[in-house]
Design a protein around this ligand. Structure first.
Ligand SMILES: NC(=O)c1ccc[n+]([C@@H]2O[C@H](COP(=O)([O-])OP(=O)(O)OC[C@H]3O[C@@H](n4cnc5c(N)ncnc54)[C@H](O)[C@@H]3O)[C@@H](O)[C@H]2O)c1
Length: 453
Protein backbone atom coordinates (compact mmCIF):
# COMPACT_ATOMS: atom_id res chain seq x y z
CA UNK A 1 0.00 0.00 0.00
CA UNK A 2 2.77 2.41 1.07
CA UNK A 3 4.82 1.36 -1.97
CA UNK A 4 1.83 2.04 -4.28
CA UNK A 5 1.38 5.48 -2.77
CA UNK A 6 5.05 6.30 -3.38
CA UNK A 7 4.79 5.11 -7.01
CA UNK A 8 1.62 7.20 -7.53
CA UNK A 9 3.32 10.26 -6.09
CA UNK A 10 6.35 9.73 -8.36
CA UNK A 11 4.08 9.33 -11.42
CA UNK A 12 2.27 12.58 -10.53
CA UNK A 13 5.62 14.34 -10.18
CA UNK A 14 6.69 12.98 -13.57
CA UNK A 15 3.49 14.28 -15.20
CA UNK A 16 3.91 17.69 -13.57
CA UNK A 17 7.59 17.95 -14.46
CA UNK A 18 7.06 16.97 -18.14
CA UNK A 19 4.76 20.03 -18.47
CA UNK A 20 7.66 22.45 -18.73
CA UNK A 21 6.99 25.89 -20.11
CA UNK A 22 8.80 27.17 -23.19
CA UNK A 23 9.49 30.85 -23.94
CA UNK A 24 7.17 31.93 -26.76
CA UNK A 25 4.95 34.91 -27.53
CA UNK A 26 1.94 32.93 -26.20
CA UNK A 27 1.88 30.47 -23.26
CA UNK A 28 3.50 27.17 -24.31
CA UNK A 29 4.13 23.84 -22.61
CA UNK A 30 5.86 20.57 -23.52
CA UNK A 31 3.44 17.66 -23.63
CA UNK A 32 4.69 14.15 -24.52
CA UNK A 33 7.80 15.61 -26.17
CA UNK A 34 5.85 18.09 -28.30
CA UNK A 35 5.66 21.86 -27.72
CA UNK A 36 2.04 22.95 -27.54
CA UNK A 37 0.96 26.59 -27.75
CA UNK A 38 -2.13 27.81 -25.97
CA UNK A 39 -5.15 28.67 -28.13
CA UNK A 40 -6.88 31.82 -26.83
CA UNK A 41 -10.66 31.64 -26.37
CA UNK A 42 -12.94 33.66 -28.63
CA UNK A 43 -14.47 36.72 -26.99
CA UNK A 44 -18.27 36.89 -26.69
CA UNK A 45 -19.79 37.82 -30.06
CA UNK A 46 -16.66 36.85 -31.99
CA UNK A 47 -17.33 34.25 -34.69
CA UNK A 48 -15.43 32.45 -37.43
CA UNK A 49 -14.41 34.49 -40.47
CA UNK A 50 -14.12 31.43 -42.75
CA UNK A 51 -15.65 32.34 -46.12
CA UNK A 52 -16.21 35.90 -44.86
CA UNK A 53 -18.21 38.04 -47.29
CA UNK A 54 -18.93 41.76 -47.00
CA UNK A 55 -21.15 44.17 -48.90
CA UNK A 56 -19.94 44.75 -52.47
CA UNK A 57 -17.97 47.99 -52.90
CA UNK A 58 -18.48 49.70 -56.26
CA UNK A 59 -15.35 51.86 -56.05
CA UNK A 60 -12.70 50.67 -53.62
CA UNK A 61 -11.10 53.69 -51.89
CA UNK A 62 -7.57 52.86 -50.81
CA UNK A 63 -5.08 54.33 -48.33
CA UNK A 64 -1.44 53.19 -48.55
CA UNK A 65 0.73 53.01 -45.41
CA UNK A 66 4.47 52.61 -46.06
CA UNK A 67 5.60 53.67 -49.52
CA UNK A 68 9.23 52.59 -49.69
CA UNK A 69 10.27 50.10 -52.37
CA UNK A 70 7.27 47.80 -52.25
CA UNK A 71 4.60 50.36 -51.39
CA UNK A 72 5.65 52.64 -54.29
CA UNK A 73 5.31 49.73 -56.73
CA UNK A 74 1.84 49.01 -55.35
CA UNK A 75 0.73 52.64 -55.75
CA UNK A 76 1.94 52.58 -59.37
CA UNK A 77 0.08 49.31 -60.08
CA UNK A 78 -3.12 50.65 -58.51
CA UNK A 79 -3.14 53.54 -60.99
CA UNK A 80 -3.82 50.88 -63.66
CA UNK A 81 -6.77 49.23 -61.88
CA UNK A 82 -10.39 50.03 -62.68
CA UNK A 83 -12.85 50.78 -59.88
CA UNK A 84 -10.35 52.09 -57.33
CA UNK A 85 -9.51 55.53 -55.94
CA UNK A 86 -6.22 56.24 -54.19
CA UNK A 87 -7.35 58.47 -51.33
CA UNK A 88 -4.33 58.77 -49.04
CA UNK A 89 -0.62 58.03 -48.80
CA UNK A 90 1.28 57.67 -45.53
CA UNK A 91 4.98 57.22 -44.71
CA UNK A 92 7.57 58.28 -42.19
CA UNK A 93 9.22 60.42 -44.88
CA UNK A 94 7.66 63.40 -46.63
CA UNK A 95 9.74 62.85 -49.79
CA UNK A 96 8.34 59.32 -50.26
CA UNK A 97 4.78 60.55 -49.77
CA UNK A 98 5.35 63.38 -52.30
CA UNK A 99 6.84 60.98 -54.85
CA UNK A 100 3.80 58.70 -54.65
CA UNK A 101 1.33 61.57 -54.83
CA UNK A 102 3.14 62.57 -58.02
CA UNK A 103 2.72 59.01 -59.37
CA UNK A 104 -1.04 59.59 -59.15
CA UNK A 105 -1.21 63.19 -60.39
CA UNK A 106 1.16 62.47 -63.30
CA UNK A 107 -1.50 60.05 -64.55
CA UNK A 108 -4.22 62.67 -64.23
CA UNK A 109 -5.67 61.21 -61.02
CA UNK A 110 -6.70 63.41 -58.05
CA UNK A 111 -3.92 64.04 -55.50
CA UNK A 112 -4.27 61.69 -52.51
CA UNK A 113 -4.09 63.21 -49.00
CA UNK A 114 -0.65 63.11 -47.35
CA UNK A 115 0.14 61.68 -43.92
CA UNK A 116 3.68 61.85 -42.55
CA UNK A 117 5.01 60.46 -39.27
CA UNK A 118 5.11 57.34 -37.12
CA UNK A 119 1.50 57.53 -35.85
CA UNK A 120 -0.06 59.36 -38.76
CA UNK A 121 -1.48 56.07 -40.09
CA UNK A 122 -4.07 56.44 -37.32
CA UNK A 123 -5.49 59.59 -38.91
CA UNK A 124 -5.57 57.81 -42.26
CA UNK A 125 -7.47 54.88 -40.72
CA UNK A 126 -9.91 57.25 -39.01
CA UNK A 127 -11.06 58.77 -42.32
CA UNK A 128 -14.57 57.79 -43.32
CA UNK A 129 -13.86 57.70 -47.07
CA UNK A 130 -11.43 54.75 -47.12
CA UNK A 131 -12.44 51.09 -47.62
CA UNK A 132 -9.04 49.38 -47.80
CA UNK A 133 -5.77 50.08 -45.97
CA UNK A 134 -2.83 48.65 -47.92
CA UNK A 135 0.19 48.13 -45.62
CA UNK A 136 3.76 47.96 -46.95
CA UNK A 137 5.76 48.98 -43.88
CA UNK A 138 8.61 46.99 -42.29
CA UNK A 139 7.62 43.75 -40.55
CA UNK A 140 7.34 45.09 -37.00
CA UNK A 141 4.63 47.63 -37.84
CA UNK A 142 2.34 45.42 -40.00
CA UNK A 143 0.12 44.20 -37.15
CA UNK A 144 -0.36 47.45 -35.16
CA UNK A 145 -1.43 49.25 -38.35
CA UNK A 146 -3.67 46.38 -39.50
CA UNK A 147 -5.42 46.01 -36.14
CA UNK A 148 -6.03 49.76 -35.88
CA UNK A 149 -7.39 49.86 -39.43
CA UNK A 150 -9.80 46.93 -38.91
CA UNK A 151 -10.97 48.44 -35.63
CA UNK A 152 -11.82 51.55 -37.63
CA UNK A 153 -13.93 49.62 -40.11
CA UNK A 154 -11.37 49.14 -42.89
CA UNK A 155 -10.43 46.02 -44.82
CA UNK A 156 -6.68 45.44 -44.77
CA UNK A 157 -4.07 44.04 -47.13
CA UNK A 158 -0.67 43.41 -45.55
CA UNK A 159 2.69 42.68 -47.13
CA UNK A 160 4.54 39.47 -46.30
CA UNK A 161 4.94 38.11 -43.72
CA UNK A 162 1.77 39.57 -42.23
CA UNK A 163 3.03 38.91 -38.69
CA UNK A 164 6.25 37.78 -37.04
CA UNK A 165 4.94 36.09 -33.88
CA UNK A 166 2.13 33.69 -32.93
CA UNK A 167 0.66 36.36 -30.68
CA UNK A 168 0.51 38.78 -33.64
CA UNK A 169 -1.12 36.07 -35.79
CA UNK A 170 -3.86 35.69 -33.18
CA UNK A 171 -4.29 39.48 -33.05
CA UNK A 172 -5.04 39.47 -36.79
CA UNK A 173 -7.44 36.51 -36.56
CA UNK A 174 -9.25 37.85 -33.50
CA UNK A 175 -9.60 41.37 -34.90
CA UNK A 176 -10.89 40.15 -38.27
CA UNK A 177 -13.36 37.80 -36.53
CA UNK A 178 -14.57 40.59 -34.23
CA UNK A 179 -14.79 43.41 -36.75
CA UNK A 180 -15.90 41.24 -39.73
CA UNK A 181 -13.31 43.01 -41.89
CA UNK A 182 -11.15 41.22 -44.45
CA UNK A 183 -7.48 40.74 -43.64
CA UNK A 184 -5.47 39.52 -46.61
CA UNK A 185 -1.76 38.88 -46.65
CA UNK A 186 -0.38 39.97 -50.03
CA UNK A 187 1.23 36.65 -50.97
CA UNK A 188 1.93 37.46 -54.60
CA UNK A 189 3.70 34.15 -55.35
CA UNK A 190 0.30 32.43 -55.29
CA UNK A 191 -0.45 34.37 -58.48
CA UNK A 192 2.60 33.42 -60.53
CA UNK A 193 1.73 31.68 -63.78
CA UNK A 194 3.39 28.31 -63.18
CA UNK A 195 2.03 28.09 -59.62
CA UNK A 196 -1.55 28.85 -60.73
CA UNK A 197 -1.38 26.44 -63.68
CA UNK A 198 0.05 23.58 -61.62
CA UNK A 199 -2.50 24.27 -58.87
CA UNK A 200 -5.14 23.81 -61.57
CA UNK A 201 -3.49 20.54 -62.67
CA UNK A 202 -3.33 19.31 -59.08
CA UNK A 203 -7.01 20.13 -58.53
CA UNK A 204 -7.92 18.30 -61.74
CA UNK A 205 -6.12 15.22 -60.38
CA UNK A 206 -3.27 15.12 -62.95
CA UNK A 207 -0.71 14.46 -60.21
CA UNK A 208 -2.96 12.05 -58.28
CA UNK A 209 -2.73 12.43 -54.50
CA UNK A 210 -0.16 15.17 -53.85
CA UNK A 211 1.69 14.01 -50.74
CA UNK A 212 4.97 15.96 -50.65
CA UNK A 213 5.43 19.66 -51.41
CA UNK A 214 8.40 21.98 -51.25
CA UNK A 215 8.73 25.75 -51.19
CA UNK A 216 11.49 28.19 -50.31
CA UNK A 217 12.82 31.69 -50.24
CA UNK A 218 16.40 31.42 -51.45
CA UNK A 219 17.56 34.85 -52.53
CA UNK A 220 21.02 36.37 -52.15
CA UNK A 221 20.06 39.69 -50.52
CA UNK A 222 23.44 41.00 -49.48
CA UNK A 223 23.29 43.98 -51.87
CA UNK A 224 20.23 45.15 -49.92
CA UNK A 225 22.05 44.96 -46.58
CA UNK A 226 24.20 47.90 -47.63
CA UNK A 227 21.92 50.49 -46.09
CA UNK A 228 21.72 52.02 -42.64
CA UNK A 229 17.92 51.63 -42.95
CA UNK A 230 17.94 47.93 -43.66
CA UNK A 231 15.51 46.80 -40.98
CA UNK A 232 15.56 43.30 -42.43
CA UNK A 233 19.20 42.71 -41.47
CA UNK A 234 18.45 44.02 -37.96
CA UNK A 235 15.50 41.62 -37.70
CA UNK A 236 17.51 38.63 -38.89
CA UNK A 237 20.40 39.44 -36.56
CA UNK A 238 17.95 39.38 -33.63
CA UNK A 239 15.75 36.44 -34.70
CA UNK A 240 16.69 32.86 -35.47
CA UNK A 241 14.45 30.85 -37.80
CA UNK A 242 12.66 31.08 -41.12
CA UNK A 243 11.88 34.78 -41.04
CA UNK A 244 10.33 34.86 -44.53
CA UNK A 245 8.38 31.63 -45.06
CA UNK A 246 5.31 32.77 -46.95
CA UNK A 247 6.56 32.95 -50.58
CA UNK A 248 7.47 29.28 -50.37
CA UNK A 249 4.53 28.21 -48.28
CA UNK A 250 1.55 30.06 -49.79
CA UNK A 251 1.29 28.32 -53.17
CA UNK A 252 1.91 24.82 -51.77
CA UNK A 253 -0.65 25.30 -48.98
CA UNK A 254 -3.25 26.13 -51.63
CA UNK A 255 -2.42 22.82 -53.35
CA UNK A 256 -2.85 20.90 -50.07
CA UNK A 257 -6.11 22.72 -49.19
CA UNK A 258 -4.74 23.87 -45.86
CA UNK A 259 -7.70 24.76 -43.58
CA UNK A 260 -9.94 23.73 -46.45
CA UNK A 261 -9.84 19.98 -45.72
CA UNK A 262 -6.36 19.51 -44.24
CA UNK A 263 -4.28 21.40 -41.70
CA UNK A 264 -0.66 21.77 -40.67
CA UNK A 265 -0.26 19.60 -37.59
CA UNK A 266 3.32 19.96 -36.34
CA UNK A 267 6.70 21.33 -37.40
CA UNK A 268 10.36 20.57 -36.80
CA UNK A 269 13.15 22.89 -37.89
CA UNK A 270 16.92 22.71 -38.38
CA UNK A 271 19.38 25.43 -39.29
CA UNK A 272 23.05 25.84 -40.10
CA UNK A 273 25.34 28.25 -38.25
CA UNK A 274 25.41 31.83 -39.47
CA UNK A 275 28.24 32.39 -41.96
CA UNK A 276 27.43 35.21 -44.40
CA UNK A 277 24.82 36.59 -41.98
CA UNK A 278 27.65 37.22 -39.51
CA UNK A 279 29.79 38.80 -42.21
CA UNK A 280 26.93 41.24 -42.95
CA UNK A 281 26.38 41.88 -39.22
CA UNK A 282 30.05 42.75 -38.80
CA UNK A 283 30.29 44.85 -41.93
CA UNK A 284 27.07 46.86 -41.65
CA UNK A 285 26.34 46.85 -37.90
CA UNK A 286 29.79 46.24 -36.37
CA UNK A 287 28.27 43.31 -34.48
CA UNK A 288 29.60 39.78 -33.95
CA UNK A 289 26.14 38.27 -33.61
CA UNK A 290 23.56 37.08 -36.14
CA UNK A 291 21.00 34.68 -34.66
CA UNK A 292 19.51 33.70 -38.03
CA UNK A 293 21.35 30.68 -39.42
CA UNK A 294 22.30 31.00 -43.09
CA UNK A 295 20.06 28.09 -44.11
CA UNK A 296 16.90 27.05 -42.27
CA UNK A 297 14.72 24.05 -43.13
CA UNK A 298 11.28 23.40 -41.64
CA UNK A 299 9.41 20.13 -42.09
CA UNK A 300 5.70 20.20 -41.45
CA UNK A 301 3.42 17.18 -41.18
CA UNK A 302 -0.23 17.70 -42.00
CA UNK A 303 -3.26 16.13 -40.38
CA UNK A 304 -3.62 13.92 -43.50
CA UNK A 305 0.03 12.82 -43.11
CA UNK A 306 1.34 14.83 -46.08
CA UNK A 307 4.80 16.44 -45.78
CA UNK A 308 5.64 20.09 -46.42
CA UNK A 309 9.26 21.25 -46.67
CA UNK A 310 10.10 24.96 -46.49
CA UNK A 311 13.57 26.50 -46.76
CA UNK A 312 15.01 29.96 -46.12
CA UNK A 313 18.39 31.33 -47.17
CA UNK A 314 18.99 34.99 -47.95
CA UNK A 315 22.78 34.79 -47.63
CA UNK A 316 24.14 32.16 -50.05
CA UNK A 317 25.85 32.89 -53.35
CA UNK A 318 23.40 30.87 -55.40
CA UNK A 319 20.62 31.56 -57.90
CA UNK A 320 17.18 32.68 -56.77
CA UNK A 321 14.79 29.83 -56.02
CA UNK A 322 11.36 29.38 -54.45
CA UNK A 323 11.73 25.64 -55.11
CA UNK A 324 8.00 25.06 -55.62
CA UNK A 325 7.75 21.36 -56.10
CA UNK A 326 4.70 19.06 -55.96
CA UNK A 327 4.97 15.27 -55.83
CA UNK A 328 1.89 13.10 -56.16
CA UNK A 329 1.28 9.41 -56.73
CA UNK A 330 0.66 10.02 -60.47
CA UNK A 331 2.75 13.05 -61.30
CA UNK A 332 5.11 15.84 -60.42
CA UNK A 333 5.65 19.57 -61.00
CA UNK A 334 8.80 21.56 -60.34
CA UNK A 335 9.61 25.20 -61.00
CA UNK A 336 13.29 25.83 -60.17
CA UNK A 337 15.83 25.83 -61.74
CA UNK A 338 13.61 24.95 -64.70
CA UNK A 339 9.95 24.13 -65.11
CA UNK A 340 9.24 20.40 -65.31
CA UNK A 341 5.96 18.54 -65.34
CA UNK A 342 5.77 14.80 -65.37
CA UNK A 343 2.66 12.70 -65.47
CA UNK A 344 2.23 8.92 -65.41
CA UNK A 345 0.06 8.93 -68.55
CA UNK A 346 2.81 10.74 -70.51
CA UNK A 347 5.65 8.40 -69.47
CA UNK A 348 6.22 9.51 -65.87
CA UNK A 349 9.94 8.69 -66.08
CA UNK A 350 10.78 11.94 -67.87
CA UNK A 351 9.39 15.44 -67.92
CA UNK A 352 6.84 16.05 -70.65
CA UNK A 353 8.09 17.90 -73.74
CA UNK A 354 8.06 21.70 -73.77
CA UNK A 355 5.12 21.63 -76.20
CA UNK A 356 2.99 19.39 -73.97
CA UNK A 357 4.04 21.39 -70.90
CA UNK A 358 2.98 24.66 -72.56
CA UNK A 359 -0.33 23.16 -73.60
CA UNK A 360 -0.99 21.85 -70.06
CA UNK A 361 -0.13 25.23 -68.53
CA UNK A 362 -2.43 27.07 -70.94
CA UNK A 363 -5.27 24.62 -70.27
CA UNK A 364 -5.08 24.72 -66.50
CA UNK A 365 -4.49 28.44 -65.88
CA UNK A 366 -7.65 29.83 -64.25
CA UNK A 367 -9.94 31.37 -66.87
CA UNK A 368 -9.82 34.83 -65.25
CA UNK A 369 -6.05 34.93 -65.86
CA UNK A 370 -6.55 34.50 -69.60
CA UNK A 371 -8.65 37.67 -69.59
CA UNK A 372 -6.08 39.85 -67.83
CA UNK A 373 -2.68 38.31 -68.46
CA UNK A 374 -1.66 40.68 -71.26
CA UNK A 375 -2.36 43.69 -69.06
CA UNK A 376 -0.69 41.96 -66.08
CA UNK A 377 2.51 41.42 -68.06
CA UNK A 378 2.41 45.01 -69.32
CA UNK A 379 1.85 46.58 -65.87
CA UNK A 380 4.36 44.14 -64.40
CA UNK A 381 5.35 43.58 -60.80
CA UNK A 382 7.41 40.37 -60.69
CA UNK A 383 6.42 39.54 -64.26
CA UNK A 384 2.71 40.25 -63.73
CA UNK A 385 1.84 38.23 -60.64
CA UNK A 386 1.62 41.36 -58.46
CA UNK A 387 -0.97 42.89 -60.77
CA UNK A 388 -3.00 39.64 -60.83
CA UNK A 389 -2.98 39.63 -57.02
CA UNK A 390 -4.22 43.26 -56.93
CA UNK A 391 -6.83 42.51 -59.57
CA UNK A 392 -8.21 39.54 -57.59
CA UNK A 393 -8.37 41.49 -54.30
CA UNK A 394 -10.26 44.36 -55.92
CA UNK A 395 -12.50 41.99 -57.94
CA UNK A 396 -13.56 40.17 -54.75
CA UNK A 397 -14.21 43.48 -52.92
CA UNK A 398 -16.24 44.81 -55.89
CA UNK A 399 -18.36 41.67 -55.91
CA UNK A 400 -18.68 41.01 -52.18
CA UNK A 401 -16.87 37.66 -52.47
CA UNK A 402 -14.60 35.82 -50.00
CA UNK A 403 -10.94 36.63 -50.68
CA UNK A 404 -8.56 34.04 -52.17
CA UNK A 405 -6.20 34.48 -49.19
CA UNK A 406 -8.09 34.90 -45.92
CA UNK A 407 -6.96 35.84 -42.42
CA UNK A 408 -6.34 32.17 -41.53
CA UNK A 409 -3.92 31.86 -44.47
CA UNK A 410 -2.16 35.02 -43.25
CA UNK A 411 -1.79 33.52 -39.76
CA UNK A 412 -0.88 29.97 -40.84
CA UNK A 413 1.74 31.02 -43.37
CA UNK A 414 3.25 33.72 -41.12
CA UNK A 415 3.32 31.70 -37.89
CA UNK A 416 6.19 29.58 -39.26
CA UNK A 417 8.53 32.50 -38.38
CA UNK A 418 8.11 31.94 -34.65
CA UNK A 419 7.31 28.21 -34.78
CA UNK A 420 10.63 27.47 -36.52
CA UNK A 421 12.42 29.66 -33.95
CA UNK A 422 10.81 27.74 -31.06
CA UNK A 423 11.72 24.37 -32.56
CA UNK A 424 15.34 25.46 -33.19
CA UNK A 425 15.75 26.88 -29.70
CA UNK A 426 14.60 23.53 -28.30
CA UNK A 427 16.88 21.17 -30.19
CA UNK A 428 14.55 20.77 -33.21
CA UNK A 429 11.73 19.58 -30.98
CA UNK A 430 8.32 19.21 -32.71
CA UNK A 431 5.96 22.16 -32.22
CA UNK A 432 2.21 21.90 -32.79
CA UNK A 433 0.97 24.37 -35.40
CA UNK A 434 -1.88 26.42 -33.89
CA UNK A 435 -5.29 25.80 -35.43
CA UNK A 436 -6.23 29.40 -36.13
CA UNK A 437 -9.70 28.27 -37.32
CA UNK A 438 -10.32 26.80 -33.83
CA UNK A 439 -11.60 23.49 -35.14
CA UNK A 440 -13.17 24.57 -38.46
CA UNK A 441 -10.28 23.55 -40.75
CA UNK A 442 -12.29 20.70 -42.28
CA UNK A 443 -15.53 22.61 -42.92
CA UNK A 444 -14.59 24.04 -46.32
CA UNK A 445 -13.66 21.46 -48.95
CA UNK A 446 -10.90 22.59 -51.28
CA UNK A 447 -9.34 25.87 -52.32
CA UNK A 448 -11.01 27.78 -55.13
CA UNK A 449 -11.14 31.27 -56.63
CA UNK A 450 -14.55 32.80 -55.89
CA UNK A 451 -16.27 34.15 -59.01
CA UNK A 452 -19.26 36.48 -59.42
CA UNK A 453 -22.39 34.72 -60.70
N1 LIG B 1 5.79 40.39 -51.87
C1 LIG B 1 6.98 40.73 -52.31
O1 LIG B 1 7.43 40.29 -53.36
C2 LIG B 1 7.78 41.70 -51.51
C3 LIG B 1 8.96 42.26 -52.04
C4 LIG B 1 9.66 43.18 -51.25
C5 LIG B 1 9.19 43.52 -49.99
N2 LIG B 1 8.06 42.94 -49.51
C6 LIG B 1 7.51 43.31 -48.20
O2 LIG B 1 7.04 44.65 -48.27
C7 LIG B 1 7.22 45.29 -47.02
C8 LIG B 1 8.04 46.57 -47.21
O3 LIG B 1 9.29 46.24 -47.74
P1 LIG B 1 10.15 47.34 -48.53
O4 LIG B 1 11.26 46.60 -49.17
O5 LIG B 1 9.27 48.18 -49.36
O6 LIG B 1 10.74 48.19 -47.31
P2 LIG B 1 11.12 49.73 -47.31
O7 LIG B 1 11.98 49.95 -46.14
O8 LIG B 1 11.61 50.13 -48.67
O9 LIG B 1 9.71 50.46 -47.09
C9 LIG B 1 9.03 50.45 -45.87
C10 LIG B 1 8.42 51.82 -45.71
O10 LIG B 1 7.56 51.82 -44.58
C11 LIG B 1 7.68 53.09 -43.98
N3 LIG B 1 7.18 52.99 -42.60
C12 LIG B 1 7.70 52.32 -41.55
N4 LIG B 1 6.94 52.51 -40.45
C13 LIG B 1 5.90 53.28 -40.82
C14 LIG B 1 4.78 53.83 -40.15
N5 LIG B 1 4.56 53.61 -38.84
N6 LIG B 1 3.91 54.59 -40.84
C15 LIG B 1 4.10 54.84 -42.15
N7 LIG B 1 5.15 54.36 -42.85
C16 LIG B 1 6.05 53.60 -42.19
C17 LIG B 1 9.16 53.44 -44.11
O11 LIG B 1 9.41 54.82 -43.99
C18 LIG B 1 9.46 52.92 -45.49
O12 LIG B 1 9.30 53.93 -46.47
C19 LIG B 1 7.88 44.26 -46.12
O13 LIG B 1 6.90 43.59 -45.39
C20 LIG B 1 8.53 43.29 -47.09
O14 LIG B 1 8.70 42.00 -46.57
C21 LIG B 1 7.36 42.04 -50.25
Amino acid sequence: MKRNLIISALCLLAVVSCKQTVPASVPATIEDGVIVLETPAREPGQTSALGLTCDPIETVRVGFVGVGGRGSSAVRRYTFLDGVEIKAICDLEQSKVDKNIATCTDKGLPAPAAYVGEDSYKQLCERDDIDLVYICTDWLSHVPVAVYAMEHGKHVAIEVPAATTIDECWQLVNTSEKTRRHCMMLENCCYDFFEMASLGMAKAGLFGEVYHVEGAYIHHLSDGWDSSECWRLDFNMANRGDNYPTHGLGPICQVLDIHRGDRMDYLIAMDTPSYNGKVAAKRFRNSDECLDGDHTISLIKTEKQKVIEVQHNVYAYRPYSRMYQLTGDRGFANKYPCEQISIKEFNGHDAVSAAIGDSLKATYLPAFVNEIQDKAREVGGHGGMDYIMDYRLIYCLHNGLPLDEDVYDAAEWSCICELSRISLDNGSMPVKVPDFTRGDWNKTQGFNYALAK
